[in-house]
Design a protein around this ligand. Structure first.
Ligand code: ARG
Length: 460
């Protein structure tokens, strides 16, 4: 048991208590951030004449060696230390002697861990953003490729109106674009360094907090020192953004699973992204999409867990806050694995244009357009709705599509039908005439895709 404290204690910590309290098994992930923060702190202590240059140089050299040795495996992080901060400090003292004991001057583990977590989250937010950008590149390529791939659009999972695959992919493009905006918002809000807040009340040493903030790449130092050590809002905001990303990926997965089924056959997920059954030789299952859908739950769980952990904590630091790590790390790992896997699956999936188009021609997806046709001929919309409703009922009995009927038959339902109806309700017309902003018609879709491309070029 290696602890940084003990002076005021008369007994050894109970082993079970030590284990329960320790965080080294999971916070060792923060070693890089911990060392980076310590180097900045020590550089600032020297600038403020709290450490000599020789002391600063010895400490930084020692810290860099610890980082290198843990990276190459010659120094192993073990549970003999309470947390990553204790591990680094103990090793530093072992390496460079008493000078190492000066590193923690004017610092508390409270501002130290707050800093480490911020640095880590900041880095991960940028990683998530980059992965989303790659997914958006795939989506915009699909949009470009499938601007004239007609398919049914659904409401209530019933065929509703025809659209294109480009339009459908464009809907997901917008979701993930918003997700990136959320990430960049939270990045702006969290971009302040808590280092120098001390235990919670600052310190009497003349620390230069803005200096360490700039050394560490933050846009400034946090304001209230009590808030600085107690704030985990940015973790919750990130978890919330991650939950939304997973919600979007999960809906997308659900559609890919449906489309890949024998009933739809709209897509074929590549062999490289599918798995088989141990008993049924014919099976090729969309496990990746199912797992992405399934893992959404654990990311929501992390968000709920963190919100609940924080809700009753009095100011300032309390040990409850150590619970900010495991679930958050798990959620980050989950999302940062799911996005590229999903992206790989999308990039390799085959889209069966013919099946989609045939499906769009069935199920009366042109019924709205047939009603609109009558409106154009002077029939009030509500009446046209009723006429086409009766027509559909007739077609269902006859097992026909509206366009299969002869003009004579159509006229029996309403005399306004003319020969031009067939063109007016053809699949192509139904889609291409939809030219309102955001609709699937080719002209507006091309404009939409141009904007998506520009956005991707513009945004890092
Ligand atoms: N392992 C602790 C955490 O993750 C570090 C901070 C400990 N601070 C303290 N006063 N006990 O939150």
């Amino acid at each position: 048991m290696a602890q940084l404290w003990g002076g005021r204690f008369t007994k050894e910590t109970e082993q079970a208590v030590y284990d329960f309290n320790a965080s080294i098994l999971f916070d060792q992930r923060l070693i890089h951030q911990d060392i980076t923060g310590s180097i900045a702190h020590c550089t600032m202590l020297c600038k403020q004449k709290i450490l000599t240059e020789a002391e600063r140089d010895a400490i930084i050299k020692g810290l860099k060696e610890i980082e290198a040795d843990t990276a190459n495996g010659s120094l192993v992080i073990t549970s003999a230390y309470e947390d990553v901060h204790s591990f680094v400090e103990a090793n530093l003292i072992e390496r460079i002697g008493d000078t190492g004991k000066k590193l923690h001057t004017g610092r508390s583990r409270n501002d130290q861990v707050a800093l480490d977590m911020r640095l880590y989250v900041k880095e991960q937010v940028q990683e998530t953003d980059m992965l989303l950008k790659e997914l958006l590149e795939t989506l915009v390529s699909l949009m470009e490729e499938h601007i004239e791939t007609y398919m049914p659009g659904f409401t209530h999972l019933q065929k509703a109106q025809p659209t294109t695959l480009a339009h459908h992919m464009g809907a997901y493009f917008e979701m993930f674009r918003r997700d990136r905006e959320r990430l960049s918002d939270l990045l702006k809000r969290m971009d302040y360094s808590p280092l120098g807040a001390g235990a919670f009340a600052g310190t009497t040493y003349p620390l230069d907090r803005e200096y360490t903030a700039s050394l560490l790449g933050f846009s400034g130092a946090t304001r209230n020192s009590m808030d600085s050590v107690s704030d985990r809002d940015y973790v919750i905001e990130y978890l919330s953004a991650l939950s939304l990303i997973m919600m979007h990926l999960s809906r997308f997965s659900e559609e890919m699973i449906l489309w890949n089924s024998n009933e739809y056959r709209f897509v074929e997920i590549d062999d490289a992204y599918s798995t088989g059954s141990s008993i049924m030789p014919q099976k090729k299952n969309p496990d990746i999409a199912e797992l992405v859908r399934g893992k959404t739950g654990r990311v929501y769980g992390a968000l709920m867990s963190m919100l609940t952990t924080m809700k009753g904590i009095p100011l300032a630091y309390n040990k409850d806050m150590q619970e900010d790590k495991e679930m958050t790390f798990d959620a980050i790992d989950t999302v940062n694995h799911c996005i590229p896997l999903f992206n790989g699956m999308m990039r390799t999936t085959t889209f069966r244009k013919n099946v989609m188009e045939k499906s769009a021609m069935k199920g009366f997806t042109n019924a709205t357009d047939a009603a609109d046709y009558l409106v154009m001929k002077g029939v009030p919309f509500r009446d046209a709705h009723g006429i086409i409703g009766r027509l559909v009922l007739f077609c269902i009995d006859e097992e026909k599509a509206i366009d299969d009927l002869s003009l004579e038959k159509l006229k029996e339902f309403d005399p306004h039908f003319e020969a031009d109806v067939f063109d007016a309700i053809s699949l192509k017309t139904c889609v291409e005439k939809r030219l309102t902003k955001g609709a699937p018609g080719k002209q507006v879709m091309e404009e939409e895709i141009r904007e998506c491309r520009e956005y991707l070029d513009r945004k890092g």
